[in-house]
Design a protein around this ligand. Structure first.
Ligand code: 1BN
Ligand code: ZN
Length: 386
């Protein structure tokens, strides 16, 4: 009898511990952020009309920006011409590399390059060589209006806006255009033998060629990927540094963009150009949509990722949110009393959804094992007592 009571007590304690554990994991890692942004009161300049044209320039005037092609080189010249319009002395740097013998280039533009703190705003400019999610068209290229060109277009416009405010900004801003992001394997390869994010991985490996880490510091990296499609809704991307991504979501929500920055976003881990920066301990965030199961954006890696599926409103939401985020944290004006999550060192996404699933599976197995053992002991004791 005593043994049965002891086992039941043990069972109850275990159930409490397991349930408590599941709640703690769920609350800590999956609950939405409580941070409410008190945005700096300032008029935002971002206007999607320019970005809209820059997407058209990339997709229609230049064409497919497949790594190693003339169109890819033309696209780089296009970026240079746009920064040259802002200031003919805008500093820029090439990062040349090869992938399986193909010549590729990342290009970096620096604003306020004498300042100590650095914010990186990034996007990839290559477009996918094969429409691998488009049955019947898999050997056609993806135009990449959203997947590639949208983020680059927003960067150009943000560069012009921040250039005009440069004397009041307390940081450098890097505008970084990655080559060779989008050729990895989903249904099949984009370019045979290539991985995702070839350009950003190599850039981070050579980061020290682009700044002096003994007297400059990279505060954060923000990636804009697929920010211009219709029905914009960002996900809670799990490789991203949570304190940084949470803050960007809060800034967007405080601007009224609650549909694009929902309080309970879709959660997933996406290998993208921010990941190499996260792996190098630089707080980084990926602004990206659900591209795998999304009726509002069914065009991912298809021939329909075209200019006519771009939304002026989505570009505006993204552009204004980034503009506000930068002013909140780096606009040097007497009335700026903003307090966000800077320096974005806290990251609670230590578990990705796969690991959470495995832990829950393990807990399930252990619980079933304990229950079987207790039932067995109970039956044994019953027959001994008889
Ligand atoms: C994201 C946007 N990616 C490419 N374009 C990366 C990726 C796509 C990673 C599919 C895994 C699967
Ligand atoms: Zn892609």
């Amino acid at each position: 009898m005593f043994l049965i009571k002891k086992n039941i007590a043990l069972f109850v304690i275990l159930v409490i511990l397991i349930t408590g554990g599941i709640f703690i994991i769920g609350y800590h890692f999956l609950s939405p952020s409580k941070f409410i942004a008190d945005n700096l009161d300032i008029e935002l300049q971002y206007n999607a009309d320019n970005s809209y044209v820059y997407i058209k320039n990339q997709t229609k005037d230049i064409g497919n920006r497949i790594p190693g092609t003339n169109e890819s080189k033309e696209c780089i010249q296009f970026f240079i011409s746009k920064f040259d319009e802002i200031d003919s002395n805008f500093s820029y740097y090439f990062h040349n590399f090869t992938v399986l013998g193909v010549n590729c280039t990342n290009i970096l533009f620096k604003l306020n390059k004498e300042k100590e703190h650095i914010i990186i705003l990034g996007a990839h400019f290559d477009s996918r060589a094969r429409a691998t999610k488009d049955d019947g068209n898999i050997n056609h290229p993806v135009p990449g209006a959203n997947d590639g060109a949208s983020g680059c277009a927003a960067l150009i416009d943000l560069a012009r806006i921040f250039y005009n405010k440069r004397d009041n900004l307390s940081s450098q801003i890097w505008f970084l255009f990655f080559d060779a992001e989008d050729q990895g394997t989903d249904e099949s390869y984009g370019i045979y033998g290539w991985d995702w994010c070839e350009g950003s991985k190599r850039f981070v490996n050579h980061l020290d060629d682009f700044y002096n880490s003994s007297n400059k510091i990279i505060d954060c990296m923000i990636l804009l990927d697929m920010i211009g499609g219709t029905g914009l809704q960002f996900i809670n991307e799990q490789y991203s540094t949570s304190s940084l991504l949470d803050e960007i979501f809060a800034v967007g929500r405080a601007l009224g963009y609650t549909h694009a920055f929902p309080s309970n976003p879709t959660v997933n881990s996406i290998i993208d150009d921010h990941k190499a920066f996260v792996d190098a301990n630089i707080p980084s965030a990926d602004l990206i949509i659900n591209f795998w199961n999304n009726p509002s954006w069914p065009f991912h890696h298809t021939v329909n990722d075209t200019f006519n599926h771009i939304s002026n409103e989505s570009l505006t939401i993204t552009g204004k949110t980034i503009e506000q985020f930068v002013y909140n944290n780096y606009l040097d004006v007497p009335w700026n009393s903003y307090h966000g999550n800077y320096p974005w060192t806290s990251d609670k996404n230590l578990l990705n959804s796969e690991i959470v699933f495995q832990i829950l599976l393990l807990i399930g197995f252990v619980s079933v094992g304990i229950i079987i053992y207790l039932v067995y002991e109970h039956q044994k004791n019953k027959s001994t007592n008889l």
